[in-house]
Ligand binder design. Structure first.
Ligand code: DGL
Length: 271
């Protein structure tokens, strides 16, 4: 048993889709969320900058003495997971392996689609994870740089003409490849689940990388005897790098409920 909090981070609000699942399946855990809202999006940045940002994000979360770090961001998971694991003496979880495992279990025809940020697709990280698990699969990957800004601006609902147009343009080659499973490799994309699902059709299974990661984290903490079995609801705290004013209304869309817990703005450059 370990009552220390779990630190969770993303470039912005996308990681809240993972936090939501963590809170649902482990309501007793204390969760600290860091969203680098002042520097989002990360997805178009170089590896060097991403590693620098990721180190700062983790250093901030480590100031709370967490028992584990969850990289609730496809971009950082695909680019900096190894470095972060090497540099930290607590478990560091990413979204790639859990999402790849889920996709391999779900696909029937062996054709898997993958969408993510430019940095995630460029890294080849998801493809490597899929290939290790099942080498005979055909993977159709597509970078979708406009999706994160759309989601961060609340433009993700069905009926939003811009969201629907952008999604259909990005996904046309993935659909044409006949995939039966699509990995939403960026934690922002589940907000577009309905738009993506409507375009891909009911026969395509959608894999939510953040959700899969949360389930993976629970299992690992249980195996390692690190779960907080203290009775009562866990405490949730949120930290962002841009103004906190816009955070609550948008965050509630990601969380599917009102933000319960403190929200504070911090200066990440101090870490
Ligand atoms: N949620 C991040 C991811 O999963 C978004 C990246 C970005 O900021 O572009 O990749």
């Amino acid at each position: 048993m370990d009552t220390r909090p779990i630190g969770v981070f993303d470039s912005g609000l996308g990681g809240l889709t993972a936090l939501r699942e963590l809170a649902r399946i482990m309501p007793d855990e204390d969760l600290i969320y860091f969203g680098d809202t002042g520097r989002v999006p990360y997805g178009g940045r170089s590896k060097e900058i991403l590693v620098k940002y990721a180190r700062q994000d983790v250093a901030f979360l480590r100031s709370f003495d967490p028992k584990a770090i969850v990289i609730a961001c496809g971009t950082v998971s695909t680019t900096a997971l190894d470095v972060l694991r090497e540099e930290n003496d607590i478990p560091v979880f990413g979204v790639v392996e859990p999402a790849a495992q889920a996709a391999v279990q779900l696909t029937k025809n062996g054709r898997v689609g993958l969408i993510g940020t430019k940095a995630s697709i460029r890294s080849g990280s998801y493809e490597r994870a899929l290939d290790t698990l099942r080498p005979d699969m055909s993977i159709t990957a597509r970078a979708c740089p406009l999706l994160v800004p759309l989601v961060e601006n609340g433009r993700s609902r069905p009926g939003d003409v811009v969201a629907e147009t952008v999604v259909s343009e990005y996904l046309a080659p993935v659909k044409a490849a006949g995939v039966d499973t699509l990995i939403m490799g960026c934690t922002h994309y589940p907000l577009l689940r309905e738009v993506i699902g409507a375009y891909m059709g009911p026969d395509v299974a959608l894999v939510d990388a953040g959700e899969q990661c949360a389930r993976w984290v629970k299992k690992q903490l249980e195996w390692d005897g690190l779960r907080n079995e203290r009775p009562g609801a866990g405490r949730h705290r949120y930290y962002v790098t841009d103004s906190t004013e816009d955070f609550a209304p948008l965050a509630s869309i990601f969380l599917g409920e009102d933000v319960a817990g403190e929200v504070e703005q911090i200066d990440i450059t101090a870490y």
